[in-house]
Write a protein that binds this ligand. Structure first.
Ligand SMILES: Cc1cc2nc3c(=O)[nH]c(=O)nc-3n(C[C@H](O)[C@H](O)[C@H](O)COP(=O)(O)O)c2cc1C
Length: 352
């Protein structure tokens, strides 16, 4: 087998978005190469009852999922078990197709194991994505559908976009995610206000019985973030996903002054906000932690802080296809050291 260090050297010769497109091509083809796919599933997909949980009626074989933005058009779902993921989140998709922001719009900082993106919800639109997802749903691992408004939709019609998308994807996803936390759609983060969130989740609850999460940005003051999360939960959100990318450009020297940073540089910021939210909401709702998770120790501290599940994206760019296996195996090792028999005992253990 080719080592990822070697593959990475080649991929990193390309612009990050081109490298992503090459990886996408490979992952679209992979499930058709039965032998290789089976080999990778057997190697990377950690199946151990100590890691499995039922959450909101959904069965998660392991607690490490793919974060939104990698599989925007639901073209790679079938390859995710080969990368070890216990669940996947497609999107963000918008009602109508859109091209996103001008290129280049993705940047890597290898020395910081960090990424910056200003993609702007480039996606093929809800009709095409729905066609793609219908071909695989229901799948062996849970699928979340992450939804966002079109760039051209004015704020006063934003609710309509979310309504359309919930209706469209509720039958072909295990959970939905409302994304109003991307820094790359002008004024989108302005929707992170209590009035809009109350209207949104009240409407959403009437539309569907599927669990709907709110994904939040890491750049809010702690008390503002906590209030927003509480408002969402009170209005019917099934849980919170924290966090999206950050616009704190002080985290990486000489980075671009637009877009959102993710990966290692985000870990501390994301953890700190997550921890504060969990102090208020652990036990009252389901919490998913994302941002800078690339190894077992980082994932484990999120579980201890109150996360039921974790997600990762940027880390995979630097660590490769064995990352999720190593995280899951490492979690099992850490659980053994701490005397935990099931991941559910780890969740929130710092708070007890
Ligand atoms: C290139 C790229 C595109 C992304 N696109 C989306 C998106 O469409 N929707 C979304 O909710 N999050 C998106 N994200 C944010 C990730 O889902 C995640 O919240 C963030 O990157 C922090 O996790 P990480 O440090 O493991 O990457 C994107 C991230 C990257 C790097």
């Amino acid at each position: 087998m080719l080592s990822y260090n070697f593959i990475k050297k080649i991929l990193f010769l390309f612009q990050p978005e081109t490298a992503h497109n090459i990886a996408e091509l490979g992952l679209r083809v992979l499930p058709n190469c039965r032998l290789l796919n089976n080999y990778m599933v057997n190697k990377n997909f950690v199946m151990n009852s100590k890691l499995s949980q039922e959450i909101l009626g959904i069965n998660f074989i392991n607690p490490v999922g793919l974060a939104a933005g990698f599989d925007k058009n639901a073209t790679m779902v079938k390859a995710m078990p080969a990368l070890g993921f216990g669940f996947t989140e497609i999107g963000t998709m918008t009602p109508k197709a859109q091209e996103g922001n001008p290129k280049p719009r993705m940047f890597r900082y290898p020395e910081k194991k960090s990424v910056q993106n200003a993609m702007g919800f480039n996606n093929e639109g809800s009709t095409k994505v729905l066609e793609n997802i219908k071909k695989v749903y229901p799948f062996t691992i849970p699928i979340g559908a992450n939804i966002g408004k079109n760039k051209t939709t004015p704020e006063e019609y934003a609710l309509n976009d979310y309504k359309t998308l919930i209706r469209k994807f509720e039958d072909t996803s295990d959970y939905l995610v409302i994304n109003i936390s991307s820094p790359n759609t002008p004024n989108l983060r302005d929707l992170q206000n209590e009035k809009f969130i109350t209207e949104l989740f009240t409407m959403a609850k009437e539309l569907t019985s599927k669990p709907i999460f709110l994904k939040i940005a890491p750049d809010m003051e702690v008390d503002v973030a906590i209030n927003l999360c509480k408002t969402a939960v009170d209005a019917g959100a099934a849980g919170i996903i924290a966090t999206n990318t950050t616009i704190d450009y002080s985290l990486v020297e000489n980075c671009q002054d637009f877009g959102g940073l993710s990966g290692a540089c985000l870990a501390e910021k994301s953890y700190n906000l997550f921890k504060e939210i969990a102090k208020e909401l652990y036990g009252k709702t389901i919490l998913i932690s994302v941002g800078g998770i690339a190894d077992a120790n980082e994932a484990y501290r999120r579980f201890k802080a109150g996360a039921s599940l974790v997600q990762a994206y940027s880390g995979m760019i630097f660590e490769g296809p064995s990352m999720v296996r190593k995280i899951n195996e490492g979690i099992l090792e850490l659980m053994k050291n701490d005397g935990f028999d099931n991941i559910s005992q780890v969740i929130g253990s710092d708070l007890k």
